[in-house]
Design a protein around this ligand. Structure first.
Ligand code: UDP
Length: 256
């Protein structure tokens, strides 16, 4: 097998050159990090689950005309994606107070917000991805006014769609982080959803019990991290209802 060229390695994923121009292969690792990589672990099977969950979300979002980078899943850990130039912002959408917003504003975790709130963080690991305002984004040119508009309206559509989808399987979408990229098609450039959507980047609480089914289990040393991700996959119908233990991760190539 020919050796592929690695384009980028992040905390949880690796990007390789794709088979065609304009494509990349996104590889999902089992590595978990939190608090700007101060806390690290390897969680067996996390990458496999996130590959499947992100495939599911991107496919569903594509079906409601939310443009995104996903082309197809290649195997247990890899998906073929469109190459984009990542806009250096993390877009966070919140429905319920939690995490850094609760700390910053003194709002108790779990309090429903008056409406969905969109926040931006500047992607800069050395600075710990600081919260920034639209003024900063405009003044420093991190995104054009058109891109900012596109990111806000797409993020709110993603939030509405995913909130409904998760509510249908008994999960509250508390908040999530997404990233966007510039996709070039000939002379055209458009803003599309990129990166991943998985329990690494969303807060997902059981609607009835408030049990956490996301990366906070890792951040807060609660244990059962991959089990919670598998539960999300099971509820979404991605893995078999009765799958237990190793079977959970036994995704045969033909299985859907
Ligand atoms: N988030 C993320 N990557 C980051 C920071 C946040 O995926 O680098 C997600 C996080 O999982 C949560 C949402 O964005 O779903 C809001 O995170 P918050 O600002 O509360 O930060 P945290 O408390 O996780 O540090």
């Amino acid at each position: 097998m020919s050796r592929r060229r690695k384009i980028y390695e992040g905390k949880a994923k690796i990007l390789y050159e794709g088979p065609e121009p304009g494509t990349l292969i996104q590889y999902f690792k089992d590595d978990a990090t939190a608090f700007n990589a101060e806390k690290k672990a390897v969680l067996d099977g996390k990458g496999v689950l996130n590959n499947r969950i992100s495939e599911f979300m991107m496919t569903r979002l594509g079906a409601v005309s939310i443009p995104n980078h996903f082309i197809k899943r290649l195997n247990m850990r890899e998906q073929l994606i469109r190459k984009v130039e990542i806009i250096p912002l993390e877009v966070i959408v919140r429905n319920v107070a939690a995490g850094s917003m609760s700390k910053r504003l003194g709002i108790e975790e779990g309090e429903t917000l008056p409406r969905a709130i969109v926040e931006f963080c500047y992607k800069k690991d050395e600075l710990g991805d600081p919260l920034v305002s639209e003024e900063h984004i405009a003044a420093f040119g991190w995104a054009s006014p058109q891109e900012l508009d596109d990111m806000i309206s797409l993020s709110l559509r993603v939030n509405d769609f995913m909130s409904g989808l998760f509510a249908g399987v008994g999960i509250r979408l508390v908040d999530f982080k997404i990233e966007f990229g510039r996709h070039f098609e000939g002379d055209m450039m458009r803003t599309i959803l990129a990166d991943e959507i998985s329990p690494d980047s969303c807060r997902l609480w059981d609607l009835e019990t408030n049990e956490k089914l996301d990366k906070d289990r890792f951040r807060r040393d609660m244990g059962g991290v991959t089990e919670a991700y598998a539960e999300v996959a099971r509820r979404l119908g991605i893995i078999k209802e009765n799958a237990q233990g190793a079977d959970v991760l036994d995704f045969s190539p033909g299985s859907k």
